[in-house]
Ligand binder design. Sequence first.
Ligand SMILES: NC(=O)c1ccc[n+]([C@@H]2O[C@H](COP(=O)([O-])OP(=O)(O)OC[C@H]3O[C@@H](n4cnc5c(N)ncnc54)[C@H](OP(=O)(O)O)[C@@H]3O)[C@@H](O)[C@H]2O)c1
Length: 287
Amino acid sequence: MAAILVTGSNGQLGNEIKVLAEAYPQYNFIYTDIDDLNITDYQQIDHFFTIHNIQYVINCAAYTAVDKAEQETDLARYINANAVKYLSQIAKKYHAYMIHISTDYVFDGKNYKPYTENDPICPTSAYGKTKAEGENELKIHAEKGIIIRTSWLYSSFGHNFVKTILKYGKERGNLNVVFDQIGSPTYARDLAKVVLEIIPQLANQNTIETYHFSNEGVSSWYDFAKVIVELKNIECDIHPIRTEDYPLPAPRPHYSVLDKAKIKKDFNIEIPYWKDSLKRCLELIKD
Ligand SMILES: NC(=O)c1ccc[n+]([C@@H]2O[C@H](COP(=O)([O-])OP(=O)(O)OC[C@H]3O[C@@H](n4cnc5c(N)ncnc54)[C@H](OP(=O)(O)O)[C@@H]3O)[C@@H](O)[C@H]2O)c1
């Protein structure tokens, strides 16, 4: 039975893969996180591959603390770039596919229309730079696989914008949220579903391809927050503010809508509208 190694499986995406994997009994999913498989440890990964018949790696492990990455850039680079090199080299050695997740932060956000996979990258934050380096390492060292760039990821698992708005919305009744950053929210369960749908279709692909995936539709963080509190009937006034009124260590792209035409065409997938996905996620988040 083909084994699928899931790294960073205690995170948002990793947990969603665990939920959906039950529908794929033809695969042996091996879930790991930093305690049992540290992806910055080449020998440990190699040893893992010698024990298990790994044919696919879903790399959900990452350094995702965007603001902290401005200070801890070396650590972020080690996890987001060096470790991707190790995984890619070892996957190549054992002829395994790499399925790697990247980010809209590889773009500078100056576009006025959705980013395609062919648009030049230009990360402005340390996090974005290390993720861009990770993409590059994969392209150099992996034999076959895909990079999926996604944006504004949330889930009922882990920490994310949805959970933050729910918490502070209830506690404060008044929130300021930026309205001048535009993107597309992505429910990690929808991303997990797409990853699992794609894997059986990779069999004849011996190249490395980049894809964009988010939920359908476009939002600002302000609009996203408004819908979160409305759907949960939380009495909270959400006020629109500018990015400059909420300074953070890492710069954010002002516009990071991803064009998903390629992934839809190549893998024949349907993508839910972001508000519909948000409703499904909120039903799982208990008060
Ligand atoms: N979150 C977003 O808004 C967003 C947007 C676009 C793209 N992405 C990308 O989507 C992917 C999944 O994101 P996510 O939100 O699911 O991430 P997440 O919730 O932060 O999960 C990442 C997991 O990786 C683990 N990890 C960290 N260092 C590791 C190491 N050296 N070895 C093994 N595991 C390690 C983390 O453990 P600890 O928690 O103990 O550190 C955590 O369990 C990432 O590649 C991310 O860059 C995320």
